[in-house]
Design a protein around this ligand. Structure first.
Ligand SMILES: *Cc1c(COP(=O)(O)O)cnc(C)c1O
Length: 361
């Protein structure tokens, strides 16, 4: 068996220990005589998995008691719709447009609400985080939506740069950087993330929502799209994505064992620095976003020649550095260095970049 260093943006790499444990437990989960995939979601076996996953996530993110943790389906995309459908009150919402996912959330929100783009960096291909002026925010908005990490272009809003009004719930899409750095959950009304970037397999979406935001919706909102439905039944209203939740639970245990989110953040900062230093000291490779807004998770770079980019991607793959190709509309290279990417993987990439530069610059 040989595993590559997988720099895929999503689904992303998972900790090898987690995959190994899942393999060990695949046929017979802890003496139950069956796989987690085959279990009733009403069984006590599964109930323990479900409850422990929630408990561990609460612990590692330090989630206050007045927040619900929901395990839902439909990806981050469905939250683009569920958020406006459930949080609608005045019928206004503000959106901070810092990337293509943020823009998609805004466009979907505009179907249900008076959605306002309060700032955007689209003028420069989302390569920076624009200044968000408080005077652009509406005090009667139902929420302000932000995307903490711009997966495609590789920028990030750090917690200190978040501007919001006290009485307006802050809603954050953390799909590509949840659990990668410490955030104070109490500053948010709602946090959501598709699991498949930094947390587990595709199929489950985590929603962390302050209890007062869970309320009755318009009667035409489908039952399955109401937070209340899932909140009242602890995400067991219908069959949840049991196996994906089980793997997420193993990832939470792995994070706990490795020192928690603060320890992840420290390693992530080191990994990102190694890669950005290599780019900044290179005569061949160039970063594509403004330095002060660089993502810790998705590192974009180019050679300036499409041909050389292609050659780099091909030769990297030949030596086990996989999925380093940039997003289809962006081109160049993108190295996604989520929690589960070991330091050795980043070292291997940096070494290869230096070698490639020596041969091709
Ligand atoms: C990947 C991604 C999405 C889309 O996630 P799906 O689960 O495929 O719907 C949304 N937002 C961000 C920030 C992402 O990285």
């Amino acid at each position: 068996m040989s595993r590559v260093f997988n720099f895929s943006a999503g689904p992303g790499t998972l900790p090898e220990e987690v995959l190994q444990q899942a393999a060990d437990e695949l046929l017979d989960y802890k003496g139950s005589g069956m796989s987690v995939m085959e279990m009733s979601h009403r069984s006590s076996w599964y109930d323990d998995i479900h409850k422990k996953a929630e408990k561990d996530l609460r612990e590692i993110m330090n989630i206050p008691d007045n927040y619900k943790v929901l395990f839902l389906q439909g990806g981050a995309h469905l939250q683009f719709s569920m958020i406006p459908l459930n949080l609608k009150n005045s019928g206004k919402a503000d959106y901070f447009i810092t990337g293509n996912w943020a823009k998609k959330a805004y466009k979907e929100g505009a179907k249900y609400l008076d959605a306002k783009a309060v700032a955007s960096s689209e003028d420069k291909q989302f390569t920076y985080i624009p200044k968000l002026d408080e005077s652009a925010l509406r005090s009667d908005a139902d929420f302000l939506h932000i995307t903490t990490n711009n997966t495609v272009y590789g920028t990030r809003i750090s917690e200190k740069d978040i501007v919001c009004l006290d009485n307006v719930p802050l809603v954050a899409d953390m799909s590509s950087n949840i659990l990668s750095e410490v955030y104070d959950v109490s500053k948010f009304g709602l946090i959501y993330a598709g699991a498949q970037k930094n947390m587990g397999p595709a199929g489950v979406t985590i929603v962390i929502v302050r209890e007062d935001l869970i309320k009755d919706t318009d009667s035409l909102v489908p039952t399955m799209l109401q937070y209340k439905t899932h909140s009242e039944k602890d995400s067991l209203y219908n069959t949840p994505p049991c196996y994906s939740i089980y793997i997420c639970g193993l990832v939470y245990e792995w994070i706990k064992k490795n020192g928690g989110v603060a320890a992840m953040q420290k390693i992530n900062e080191e990994k990102a620095k190694m890669l950005y230093d290599c780019i900044d000291n290179s005569k061949l490779f160039k970063g594509t976003v403004e330095k002060s807004y660089r993502s810790l998770m998705n590192v974009n770079f180019v050679t300036g020649s499409e041909e050389l980019d292609k050659k780099f991607i091909k030769e990297a793959a030949e030596r086990g550095i996989a999925n380093i190709k940039g997003y289809r509309t962006v081109g160049g290279m993108r190295a996604s260095i989520y929690n589960a990417m070991p330091v050795e993987g980043v070292k291997a990439l940096v070494e290869f970049m230096k070698e490639f530069e020596a041969k091709n610059a």
